[in-house]
Design a binder for this molecule. Structure first.
Ligand code: BGC
Length: 374
């Protein structure tokens, strides 16, 4: 995981990797089909599958629980879906996983609240003969995680960075330099650094050449973090940035936001300060953000179709049950600090007002919203 967190200079790192022949660097790897899968012995059909999800910090987590219930039942499994409550999430999630192990779950799928605090629980799972799949968020510093399934997080960040540049060119109403601020996700989520690194791979050269001006000077991930992925924390930080760095007529042209919940909080803050809404990125295709994009307020989001991610996970569970090889398409990028976790990565799609109909062609509920704006 250390390597992931340090992957800010992914290209340089990838080059170093090629030279040393060392594996495990995230970023820049290809995601073509790979045969790095593993034989297992299988287990009884109809077994219990544990699904441990974090608190509901975005709509994707709410939807995932429902889809796992339905999809696992359809595939003939017993689903034990648990969410960690918003308070005391880490301890509760640890307990939930421990209980799943004790109850004999054969596979435990985990959307980690804090990927660094589950080593004991996943080791217990492995010792009991269960398989562990890290879902959406990597579990760190343990060998006892068998697979990782997620959208390509680094690519999400790259798409966000590029959308910010495109949006500025389209909407800022003036030439560069553009005044921007940067936000990242919760530090206990392994994805946060990967999203940020992906975005900074695109944005850093533009900061260096003066196209972008981070007026607050806060460009380090620790300075940009949003504890708990909570909207109020992003809104408070934006309020502080506006007061400190955008007094008088100083305009903010753009904000890198790692997801939709935070994007809307950032937009609210700017609106309350009486300033024009900047170009703001997002992620997750939350209903309120899709509406905002269609209304020309939020600039972009990412389509990471939860249905596809849950389907892929259930497919992996089915392969484990039958003792078949498990599909993975990446065996290089996700070093969790103890091992390189074989991963199946899905492709995220950037969404702006211009391509929304096309981007949601296979997501009827969102397509309906987009079409209602025509
Ligand atoms: C997920 C994002 C989500 C965030 C907050 C991340 O781990 O990948 O899709 O916006 O958590 O819930």
């Amino acid at each position: 995981m250390k390597k992931i967190a340090l992957a800010g200079t992914a290209l340089v790192a990838a080059a170093a990797l090629a030279l040393t022949g060392c594996s495990g660097q995230r970023g820049g790897g290809d995601t073509g089909t790979d045969t790095g899968s593993e034989e297992t012995t299988g287990f009884e059909a109809g077994s219990t599958i544990g699904i441990a999800l974090p608190d509901k910090t975005s709509e994707n987590w709410v939807l995932a629980g429902k889809l796992f219930e339905e999809g696992l039942a359809d595939a003939g499994f017993k689903a034990d879906v648990q969410y960690a409550p918003a308070s005391n999430t880490v301890a509760e999630q640890q307990n939930q996983i421990q209980t799943m192990v004790q109850n004999g779950a054969k596979v435990i799928v985990i959307g980690a609240k804090d990927g660094k605090q589950l080593a004991t629980q996943v080791q217990a799972a492995q010792d009991a003969g269960a398989k562990v799949i890290a879902y959406d968020r990597l579990i760190e510093n343990t060998e006892a995680v068998d697979y990782y399934v997620a959208f390509d997080n680094f690519k999400v960040g790259q798409l966000q960075g590029q959308a910010l540049l495109d949006g500025l060119a389209e909407r800022a109403g003036h030439d560069a330099p553009y005044n921007i601020e940067l936000f990242s996700g919760s530090p206990d989520d392994a994805n946060s650094a990967v999203f940020f690194d992906g975005a900074m791979e695109v944005l850093q050269p533009k900061i260096d050449d003066g196209t972008l001006n981070v007026v607050s000077g806060q460009t380090k991930i620790a300075q940009t973090a949003t504890e708990g992925w909570l909207a109020e924390n992003a809104q408070n930080r934006m309020d502080t940035l506006l007061t400190g760095s955008y007094s008088g007529d100083t305009v903010i042209d753009g904000v890198l936001s790692p997801n939709d919940t935070l994007a809307r909080a950032i937009i609210t803050s700017v609106q309350q300060a009486g300033k024009p809404v900047p170009v703001v990125t997002g992620q997750d295709s939350e209903v309120e953000s899709v509406k905002s994009i269609m209304e020309g307020i939020q600039y972009s989001t990412i389509n990471k179709d939860t249905t596809l991610l849950v389907e892929q996970t259930i497919k992996m569970v089915g392969q484990l049950q039958k003792g078949e090889e498990v599909d993975v398409n990446d065996t290089e990028q996700y070093d969790n600090g103890a091992k390189v976790v074989p991963a199946y990565l899905l492709d995220p799609i950037i969404v702006t007002k211009a391509n929304a109909a096309e981007a949601y062609a296979n997501v009827p509920s969102l397509l309906e919203i987009v079409e209602s704006y025509k």
